[in-house]
Design a protein around this ligand. Sequence first.
Ligand code: SAM
Length: 269
Amino acid sequence: MKVDILTIFPDFFRGPLDFGIVRRAREVGLVDVEIHDLRAFAHDRHRTVDDRPFGGGEGMVLKPEPIFECLEALKVRSWEDRIAGGTEQSVVLLSAQGKRFDQAAAKELAGLQRIVLICGRYEGVDERVGEYLADRELSIGDYVLSGGELGAAVILDAMTRLIPGALGNEASSQQESFTAQVDFQAADGPTSTCASGGLLDYPHYTRPADFRGMTVPEVLVSGNHEDIRRWRRRTALEKTVRNRPDLLQQIVLSDEDKELLAQIRGKDI
Ligand code: SAM
């Protein structure tokens, strides 16, 4: 996958690209990330990329010309072509006003061949970029950041780890928080002790079993795989009820889940 990031702060990405899974994925050629400095596409002496907003008001707005010219130089497919579907490319504008980025969007992007991430700054980006260049606007959460760079790094990370081969153990991405439906009836249903099935992940513990008197739940050292599976499902449900009850509306609950939920709610979690 090729990822192009358009920014006025190219150095920002030195850190996020150089650690862990993203770094490894780049090294083995699963993802090729190129950072483009928008100032290189500004033609005046001061390399101006922003201007005052029409109609007055606070702050500055990123101008359309450098962004359009950068994309033209990159030979990204036209908006119409991408919108028409059947294309493996997407141009994403990072925006607080965008659709909320989530695990499903990360999975969709991870299946594409080319992604362009446009990072806004100041009061935002000239609206024509969102209208005529980008095929989607994504927000990483309901808060306002100073720029799109952190959002681009978040999207890049979440998406890269879903590219087949990026994780050492492919099964791990199937078992994490938010990972979509598990078909409980299917032969290959949640055979693992820990398929999340759209819930938040269950709690994890490692050695030592007794750390300053804080001990790991006994069931995890019991060696009884069925008890461990049930405990993990129960604690994943407990965390989801406590922290993200909205997720329960979006998933198919097994009969066992319903029984565990009744016990949990009986406990008044
Ligand atoms: N005036 C804009 C508003 O109120 O929605 C905020 C502009 S913000 C200060 C500057 C840039 O940061 C935006 O153009 C966008 O690229 C990025 N940004 C801010 N919040 C974001 C979020 N929650 N998700 C993704 N990008 C964000």
